[in-house]
Design a protein around this ligand. Structure first.
Ligand SMILES: *[C@@H]1O[C@H](CO)[C@@H](O)[C@H](O)[C@H]1NC(C)=O
Ligand SMILES: *[C@@H]1O[C@H](CO)[C@@H](O)[C@H](O)[C@H]1NC(C)=O
Ligand SMILES: *[C@@H]1O[C@H](CO)[C@@H](O)[C@H](O)[C@H]1NC(C)=O
Ligand SMILES: *[C@@H]1O[C@H](CO)[C@@H](O)[C@H](O)[C@H]1NC(C)=O
Length: 955
């Protein structure tokens, strides 16, 4: 009985121990995982790692278990899921069977976690795309001897790669690319006899050669060493890399010849050696072994000699890039027989002879670029036989004959560049029905034929200069940006409406036989940058609407039969180049156009005259109404300078001040209101008090007058003891009337005008509280200049420093006047000087220019109060900008858009905020000149001057 009981209890004990041995390790694994979670700071994505018994830890996200419940995988690589920032906990290696650890795409910024040396079962360790720093430890070989994959790419590791890495003998994949290594990589990598993939690319190693030991890596399939600062020769031992399928040593400084053995590698499919200094010729010893080559890119080296005929044996070759080398001889005809060839780029070599006659017949050819060689003969006629062909670039050769009619049936054709050759005959009609066609460049051949009325919808660039095209200009091409058709035999009129060509940026049809008028609706072409219709037979007047082209910078209408006046609206244009010579234009040249930059722009128009001697035409005979114009200018200047609604009124002479301030004799005032607002004379007059003065100028004081719930207005009081006389009085009234009704972008509406008997006050606007006094302080006093006073110009320009010099002499002012005034404000801000300092002999702009002329340091001109501030660079930039804006010649001043662009460039975080839309808008015309790809460089760039200005301002 006792024995029985003893036996039972023994059995029970046995059972208990079996249960324990099954649950104990599992519990253990779970506890380790919970500890790891804790050390990772309760990473929210790991919330489901918890004590809740309903899910086994083997089903926790990122955890993988073996059949016995031991954790073998931790995979937290999904960057959208976890963002671990804490260090890797040492307890990870308590998971004794951990085999795969993947913590890629996290934000761990520690040094290399040497605690992982204790993960004895680790086979793969993936830590790519974190922020690990420091060197890879010299004892890296202490990682698990079973490690087959080590991925440390995309981190911030620095220093050398330690030689001991060569002792991780099980390694098959070693990714160390895209780190910050600046030292060396060891030849010992050559000892990794099982290595299949090696990535050292994109590291700034100290310049070094490829160790010849790498030739021992016979299992290697992928060697990736792009941009790794390699120099010297490719080791001859590379001929032993018989497993290699992909070799990429591009963008280094490798020299010498390509080892002949490379061509014998039996498995090689991708060979990229572009952008090195490789020289010598491509030597294929005897039979080529690498018959599986799919892509060869040896471009941008210094290879010489000819293209081996043996390339014709590469039945799988799809891509062959040999451009930018010094290859000579003929392109082997065998290339035309390759059954897989799709892309052939051989441009910028010294290749001669004819193109392989069978090119395109035997393979799904997509594009060829063989430009800039000395290739002769005709284009092969089978290029598009397989229907995949879309791009032909053969310019700068000596090709002859007709364009093969088969290209007219090439429905995918997109890019057609055959310029600078000796082609003749007509373009195949079918070309114009290729719906994807975007670029046609055929200039400088002797092609003939006509263009269709409607060009393909996608066409953006059509260059056909210097050929023999006839007929008229197409009237429809929705996306056409560039049409260069000069020196052909086009005739007929310009399309009667340009509405079908709304995307045009450059229109050059000079040297044809175009008749008729320039269409009135030319102003529809809002993107037009350059218009060249020189040497045609155009008649009629220049339409005034041409002045509405917002980005036109170059205009050539010379040598035509244009007549009538030059529309004054052309003064609105911001032109770098203008040529209206050799026409029959008459009348006076608009006053804003003449400048030294245009001195030849108007010659040989016998009926033209100018108001100054800058341009080579006769001076207009005596002008009447000078004061008239002066007054109008004045209003433009006012607008230019800014933002103020002007309210003008006169007061009695000085001696009567007191009486008026007391509100007396209101009957003597007349209020002219331009807006529906209930401002009253008395309200304004009551505000004219010393304590309300916010600024003063040569002509009078500026008052800030609070009209209670009607807001705050600024009033500029202009007084003059002299009686204006009835003529000027009328003038004053009519000019104020103009100002009141004007809708100029820079002029805020004039509210009203108060006018008295004896003398005048002119006032301003609703003002910005900071700037008002200053900016209000200019201008309108010119009105008070006495009739017949001789020195009008110098009085105005001299005493009112914000005014551009041309205000004195020209009748039509454009917004460059505003730019000048703005520039003065910038100079004020940076120098701390006043625009018009009574004690100085000249105004601020002149002073600044003189400072520079006298060789003063730029920084000396800057306000001493801010000279030592951390913003000195910005200040200097703004000062320079002020400088540029106050150029004497209006055409040399930048446009306001460019000014904004420069200021945006100076923009620093925390500075003035700006709208990205505005920036884009501004950048567009400036950047347009650079929009073409390398293959499509616009030969007629516009806006160069603007860029220069910008650069000049950029510190
Ligand atoms: C562990 O990860 C490896 C490599 O990602 C994978 O092949 C294997 O299926 C995973 N095993 C488990 C149990 O999750
Ligand atoms: C690890 O795996 C081995 C078999 O490979 C197994 O015997 C052992 O129990 C596992 N260890 C743990 C802690 O689960
Ligand atoms: C890593 O290097 C990049 C580039 O030098 C740097 O921007 C980044 O802040 C660095 N990250 C860490 C964690 O050091
Ligand atoms: C084409 O040839 C012309 C004239 O020889 C040369 O000015 C031009 O730079 C060449 N084009 C290219 C892209 O090399």
């Amino acid at each position: 009985m006792a024995a029985e009981i003893r036996g039972r209890s023994f059995l029970f004990l046995c059972l208990a121990s079996v249960v324990a041995s099954q649950t104990q390790p599992n519990n253990d694994q779970k506890q380790i995982l919970l500890r790891i979670k804790q050390e990772w700071g309760g990473e929210p994505a790991l919330d489901s790692w918890n004590d809740d018994t309903s899910t086994t830890y083997c089903h926790w996200p990122g955890v993988g278990c073996a059949a016995d419940g031991s954790v073998v995988n931790i995979t937290l690589s999904d960057q959208t899921w976890t963002r671990i920032t804490r260090p890797i906990p040492a307890s990870l290696c308590d998971l004794k069977n951990l085999t795969h650890l993947d913590l890629s795409y996290q934000r761990i910024h520690t040094r290399f976690p040497t605690s992982l040396y204790n993960c004895f079962s680790l086979q793969s360790l993936d830590l790519k795309q974190n922020g690990f720093v420091g060197a890879i430890p010299a004892d890296i070989h202490r990682l698990s001897p079973r490690l087959t994959l080590l991925d440390l790419s995309g981190n911030n590791f620095t220093g050398d790669i330690p030689p001991n890495i060569g002792r991780l003998t099980a390694i098959q994949t070693l990714w160390l690319h895209a780190n910050l290594f600046r030292g060396s990589f060891p030849a010992e990598i050559g000892n990794l006899s099982r290595l299949q993939q090696l990535g050292l690319a994109y590291n700034s190693f100290a310049p070094m050669r490829i160790p010849s030991e790498f030739g021992k890596l016979t299992k290697l399939t992928f060697l990736w060493m792009t941009k790794a600062n390699l120099q010297g020769e490719i080791p001859a031992s590379f001929a032993q890399l018989t497993g290699l399928t992909q070799l990429d040593l591009s963008e280094n400084s490798l020299t010498g010849a390509i080892p002949a053995g490379i061509w014998g590698l039996p498995n090689l499919q991708y060979l990229y050696l572009y952008s090195n200094n490789l020289s010598g010729s491509i030597v294929i010893d005897g039979t080529i072994g690498a018959l599986g080559l799919v892509e060869i890119d040896l471009s941008m080296n210094r290879l010489t000699g000819s293209i081996p005929d043996d390339f014709g044996k590469l039945k799988k070759l799809s891509l062959l890039y040999l451009y930018y080398n010094r290859l000579s001889g003929e392109i082997p005809a065998s290339i035309g027989k390759l059954p897989s060839l799709s892309t052939l780029r051989l441009f910028s070599n010294g290749l001669a002879g004819v193109l392989p006659p069978e090119l395109g017949k035997n393979s799904p050819l997509v594009d060829i670029e063989v430009d800039d060689n000395m290739i002769s003969g005709e284009l092969p006629d089978g290029l598009c036989d397989r229907g995949a062909f879309n791009s032909i670039v053969v310019f700068n050769n000596t090709l002859t004959g007709r364009i093969p009619p088969s290209l007219g049936k090439c429905s995918k054709l997109n890019n057609f560049q055959i310029h600078n050759n000796r082609f003749s005959g007509e373009l195949p009609d079918g070309i114009w029905s290729a719906i994807n066609l975007t670029t046609v460049m055929v200039s400088n051949n002797t092609l003939s034929g006509t263009l269709p009325e409607k060009l393909p919808w996608n066409l953006t660039r059509l260059e056909i200069e210097n050929n023999r095209f006839t007929g008229s200009i197409p009237s429809s091409a929705d996306r056409l940006q560039v049409l260069l058709g000069s020196n052909n035999m086009f005739s007929g009129e310009l399309p009667s409406s340009l509405a079908g060509l709304l995307s045009l940026q450059t229109l050059d049809m000079g040297g044809n036989m175009i008749t008729g008028r320039i269409p009135e609706d030319i102003s529809l072409l809002k993107s037009l940058n350059e218009l060249d219709l020189r040497h045609n037979r155009l008649t009629g007047e220049i339409p005034a609407s041409i002045g509405l082209l917002p980005v036109l910078t170059s205009l050539d209408l010379s040598v035509n039969h244009l007549s009538g006046p030059i529309p004054w609206e052309m003064g609105n244009l911001k032109l770098n180049y203008l040529n209206l010579s050799y026409n029959q234009l008459t009348g006076k040249i608009p006053a804003t156009l003449p400048s030294r930059a245009y001195d030849q722009s108007f010659v040989s128009n016998p009926g033209l005259c100018a108001s100054n001697s800058y341009v080579n035409v006769s001076t207009c005979r005596s002008e009447s109404g000078g004061l008239d114009r002066g007054l109008r200018n004045l209003f433009f200047v006012l607008g230019a300078v800014v933002l103020l609604v002007v309210l003008a009124f006169a007061i009695y002479a000085r001696r009567d001040h007191k009486k008026k301030r007391n509100g007396g004799d209101l009957a003597a005032w007349e209020l002219t209101s331009f807006q529906s607002l209930d401002i009253t004379e008395s309200g304004i007059l009551r505000g004219i008090r010393e304590e309300n003065v916010v600024g003063g100028g040569g002509a009078g004081k500026v008052f800030k007058i609070d009209l209670g719930d009607r807001g705050v207005v600024a009033v500029k009081k202009i007084w003059n003891c002299r009686n204006l006389g009835s003529r000027l009085e009328k003038q004053f009234q009519s000019e104020v009337q103009i100002l009141g009704s004007i809708r100029h972008k820079n002029i805020i509406k004039l509210l009203c005008c108060l006018s008295g008997a004896d003398s005048k006050f002119l006032v301003n606007i609703l003002l910005d509280s900071e700037f008002n006094a200053r900016v209000a302080d200019f201008g309108l006093a010119r009105m008070l200049v006495k009739p017949g006073e001789p020195d009008t110009v110098s009085v105005i320009a001299g005493s009112f420093g914000y005014m551009a010099p041309e205000c004195g002499y020209s009748t039509r002012l454009n917004e460059k006047v505003d730019v000048y005034s703005f520039g003065v404000v910038l100079l004020e801000l940076t120098t701390g000087r006043e625009a018009n300092n009574d004690g100085e002999q000249c105004n601020l702009a002149e002073w600044a220019w003189r400072q520079l002329e006298e060789g003063a340091e730029l920084t000396d001109a800057i306000d001493t109060a801010i000279r030592d501030s951390p913003y000195m660079d910005d200040m200097t930039t703004v000062f320079k900008l002020g400088f540029l804006c106050t150029e004497t010649l209006p055409s040399r001043r930048p446009s306001m858009k460019e000014v904004l662009q420069i200021l945006l460039r100076c923009h620093r975080p925390g500075g003035v905020s700006y709208s990205p839309i505005a920036e884009q808008d501004v950048a567009a015309p400036l950047l347009r000149a650079n929009t073409g790809s390398r293959r499509q460089k616009p030969s007629h760039g516009g806006g160069g001057d603007h860029d220069d200005n910008i650069m000049a301002c950029d510190v």
